[in-house]
Design a protein around this ligand. Structure first.
Ligand SMILES: Cc1cc2nc3c(=O)[nH]c(=O)nc-3n(C[C@H](O)[C@H](O)[C@H](O)COP(=O)(O)OP(=O)(O)OC[C@H]3O[C@@H](n4cnc5c(N)ncnc54)[C@H](O)[C@@H]3O)c2cc1C
Length: 385
């Protein structure tokens, strides 16, 4: 191993969502921080369209996150066999291309260096060894190398999806997203379609399943997307891009990941258990790190932040357990339909992992959905023990 390391204030391993957010937060709070960002791939941020609710994170985060946002809507629709309603919660989308350029610009505003096409081969608490033998040193190392599906615990379900971004021949007429259209043929657990209108003639359409296994037949999902698009009467002028994902939906409490570096992102368990979405929790973690002296982040302090997330996510983990362990596939749609009958504020707090006990009562009380036994006590025992 050759090369004496270069000294930075922090070394960020993995140029995906978590560390991109961290670059933005650090530049906002500590403009002179010397940041090293190391990404194995040819570009930052991969190929995603990341979404979140406006209320998932607070104003302090929006101050630095805003430049990455490309689309905003003041509400969205959900549709089930027995319910078709608008949810008046603000929703935003961040394409990975805009995210990558925002991160690059933030990095360029102060001292820092970006390595692309460079794999980190050894990641420690205060140093990182690159594949070319170079050693980078800093009092803070954040390891956010993304999900590792091989290390998935047994207690979880999966959200699997394929999304296709399309140009339509004529204006498609959709003004707001459809977060869930479950009025489609069901298979592999719960199936629904998710649609984002990106401009008057551009759509992202995703076919999604909440499934018991992580296996995905991409060609089949693509065919389902195109069949849905045809049924809506949207004539496709051009297919622009495709994205796909298999996201964990765990119900078991996860201990904080071991390691001498700070483990961020999905790998560190910083995500919502019922959606697999990590943007809000990754942004919160980025804000927390950037507001501290970089060399003085104690593991015990981080442990408290992680425990707080586990505490906030108890209801989401209960619902994940109920969806995947206590309900028949047809019961999954019924359960979500029932969830979306609750007031907007209850839905919003659930996505932000800020549910109150009264919210939990409103979501779980009453007759169980079709295909399910009355479940809250059993789920609470499983999830809270
Ligand atoms: C298609 C898709 C859409 C999603 N949509 C949403 C959404 O709308 N909202 C939401 O909140 N969540 C969403 N998610 C879930 C989650 O937010 C993403 O998976 C997110 O990218 C995870 O962030 P991360 O930083 O943990 O990992 P990643 O963003 O995957 O970043 C990890 C990076 O580390 C790099 N890397 C790996 N190994 C090394 C190494 N040895 N050295 C250097 N670099 C390395 C990888 O190349 C990668 O760029 C989506 C996921 C997918 C796949």
């Amino acid at each position: 191993m050759g090369g004496i390391g270069s000294q930075f204030d922090c070394v960020l391993v993995g140029g995906g969502l978590q560390n991109g957010l961290l670059v933005m937060a650090l530049r906002h709070h500590l403009p002179q921080a010397r940041i090293a960002l190391v990404e194995a791939g040819p570009r930052l941020a991969g190929n995603h369209t990341w979404c979140l609710h406006q209320a998932d994170v607070d104003q302090a985060v929006w101050r630095w996150l805003q430049p990455a946002v490309a689309h905003r809507w003041s509400g969205y629709r959900v549709a089930f066999d027995g319910l078709d309603r608008r949810v008046a919660l603000e929703y935003a989308a961040i394409p990975s291309t805009q995210f990558a350029s925002t991160v690059e610009q933030a990095l360029a505003r102060g001292p820092g260096k970006l390595w692309l096409n460079t794999r980190a081969v050894q990641v420690e608490g205060q140093s990182v060894v690159l594949a070319n033998g170079q050693v980078l040193a800093a009092p803070l190392v954040v390891d956010a190398r993304g999900p590792d599906l091989r290390q998935a615990p047994a207690g979880q379900g999966w959200q699997k999806f394929v999304g296709i971004e399309l140009q339509t021949h004529r204006p498609h007429g959709l003004l707001e997203p459809i977060l869930m259209d479950a009025r489609v043929a069901q298979r592999d657990g719960l199936r629904f379609v998710y649609v984002l209108p990106l401009d008057p003639q551009r759509l992202l359409v995703e076919d999604t399943c909440f499934s018991d296994n992580p296996l995905i037949d991409v060609a089949d999902y693509r065919a389902q997307v195109m069949a849905y698009v045809a049924r809506q009467g949207w004539a496709v002028a051009q297919e622009l891009r495709q994205e796909q994902g298999v996201l964990p939906m765990p119900w078991q409490k996860a201990p904080m990941a071991r390691g001498s570096a700070v483990i961020g992102g999905v790998q560190g368990g910083w995500f919502h258990p019922l959606t697999g979405y990590s943007l809000p929790e990754a942004a919160r973690l980025a804000q927390w790190i950037a507001c501290r002296p970089l060399g003085a982040i104690a593991r015990s302090e981080l442990e408290l932040v992680h425990r707080d997330l586990q505490k906030r996510s108890w209801l989401a983990r209960m619902l994940a357990f109920a969806l995947f362990r206590l309900s028949q596939p047809e019961g999954r749609a019924a359960m979500l339909e029932r969830f979306y009958r609750r007031p907007d504020a209850v839905v919003g707090r659930f996505y932000a992992l800020q549910s109150t006990l009264a919210d939990a009562w409103r979501i779980t009380a009453g007759a169980p959905p079709r295909g399910m036994h009355w479940w809250p006590r059993r789920a609470a025992r499983e999830v809270l023990s």
